[in-house]
Design a protein around this ligand. Structure first.
Ligand code: GLN
Length: 384
């Protein structure tokens, strides 16, 4: 048989799939893949059930239903004073993952260079490779997860087509400082590149308000803002996300979207349009709940003796391993002996070996799950 596509053939199984599978096989507590082990809000589920009962079951408009695009635009205005035209500057996608893929296909020509901060969410690399990009990593160094300005300057050249910023950042929990975004923005003006700003954790910030990249001076015109309701409503299986940006860019992203998936599940869009328009009360509780979970896990891990880094955002926390320990072996041992599954972070790097000395814990889990994991980690005996 003739060979398959050589780019795609090289992709490995996603680390999230691997670790969740290992957790199930070993009956381990799963703090690896980022999803809540509790249900999303019932009132949002009820809205979707009603939309189905009301017959919203055929294809939705390819751009997304207008009430949802309007609710998204209204929230950008309300929360961040950011203007997006719901008619021409927003496209609803199957989660942020599809928005990232469509943006890569829409903007990148084979050979274009794209700078990513590593560690990075795994779909960036795959989407960029499928679009034919050359991926240029810039490493964020623990414990603050800052980049070296000399590394960024060396990575960015006239060939740079796009820089991906994930803020708040998975897996580190970092929030990029205004000074860092300003540095990137100055380089963007000088070298004329696009910025893909993945802000799926925009409502998971603990000590400061989220500041979208597009709000920075000069960045609105070159930024594609991506977000998703998966994290905000704890409904990762619904896959309702979007991309916002200048109309010519959104038109190109939509061109890809219409020929990959065409549209997003119609009843879920109807539910999300209403949920996004009525989320203020929900958000207060959401943030309080996740701050408490962060503190429970971070403090508990410290008691066990882990060198954990308290995250400023997201629902992940990183722990630096002891000298001589390496992430993959550590994770295998933790699953076998303590029945707790976490992510080996080397999977998020392509250049640096920084990831081999860290692991990622997810705290989007019931308190009882987090407590059970901590009990296992504390115990001297191997868990059954
Ligand atoms: N974003 C999630 C995580 O970081 C996983 C998403 C997925 O499994 N595709 O764990």
């Amino acid at each position: 048989m003739k060979p398959l596509n050589h780019t795609v053939s090289e992709f490995k199984e996603s680390i999230f799939t691997t670790m969740t599978k290992m957790a199930l096989e070993n009956s381990a507590i799963n703090l690896s893949q980022g999803f809540p082990d509790f249900d999303g809000p019932k009132w949002v589920g009820d809205l979707a059930a009603k939309a189905m009962a009301d017959g919203k079951n055929q294809y939705a408009p390819s751009l997304g239903i207008l009430p949802l695009r309007t609710a998204i635009a209204n929230n950008y205005k309300r929360f961040y004073n950011l203007d997006y035209d719901p008619i021409s500057e927003i496209v609803v996608t199957n989660g942020a993952t599809e928005a990232i893929f469509c943006a890569a296909m829409a903007l990148i020509n084979p050979g274009d260079e794209v700078v990513v901060f590593e560690p990075f969410y795994d779909s960036y690399y795959a989407s960029l490779k499928m679009a034919g990009a050359k991926v240029i990593p810039v490493t964020l160094f623990a414990p603050e997860f800052t980049y070296k300005m000399s590394d960024l300057k060396a990575a960015i050249t006239v060939k740079t087509k796009m820089v991906i910023v994930n803020n708040p950042h998975n897996p580190t929990g970092k929030i990029f400082s205004p000074a860092e975004i300003k540095e990137i923005s100055e380089l963007a003006e000088k070298f004329d590149f696009y910025i893909l700003s993945d802000e799926v954790y925009e409502f998971l910030t603990f000590d400061q308000a989220h500041n979208p990249t597009a709000c920075f001076e000069n960045l609105r015109k070159r930024t594609i803002t991506i977000s998703s309701t998966g994290k905000t409503f704890g409904l990762t299986g619904w896959k309702v996300g979007w991309a916002c940006g200048p109309s010519e860019i959104i038109k190109a992203i939509h061109n890809v979207h219409q020929f990959t998936t065409f549209c997003v599940a119609h009843p879920l869009q109807v539910a999300m349009a209403e949920a996004l328009a009525n989320m203020d009360e929900y958000l207060v509780d959401f943030k309080r709940q996740y701050r408490a979970k962060r503190d429970l896990l971070v403090n508990g891990l410290k008691e066990v003796g882990f060198n954990v880094i308290k995250p400023a955002g997201t629902y992940f926390t990183m722990a630096i391993l002891k000298d001589g320990e390496s992430d993959i072996e550590f994770c295998q041992k933790l699953i076998r002996e303590k029945k707790v599954a976490v992510i080996p972070t080397s999977a998020f790097y392509i250049k640096s070996d920084e990831g081999t000395r860290m692991v990622r814990f997810c705290f989007a889990k019931k308190d009882e799950t987090l407590n059970a994991a901590l009990t296992n980690l504390k115990s001297k005996e191997p868990s059954q």
